[in-house]
Design a protein around this ligand. Sequence first.
Ligand SMILES: [Zn+2]
Length: 82
Amino acid sequence: MTGRTTIHLQDESDRWRWVCPRGHRSWEPTNHHFWCQKCARLDGADGVFHELRNKKTGNLVKRDDLLLETPVGQYESREGSA
Ligand SMILES: [Zn+2]
């Protein structure tokens, strides 16, 4: 495998390709994980998760294995590099 998968956050087709572990498209990235609006509304759930599901393959992909591209650059670059 050659590194990480890029998701273009402003790209509609990328947003359709990736869903939260419960299958919603209402997720948003945060600094170290993801958050899903619909999951957050469910009883007993805080809506936070660490993997996105690739609808094509059905696989869950860890946050660490994803690159999140925004119109102003990589999402992760905001928090500095390790
Ligand atoms: Zn969800």
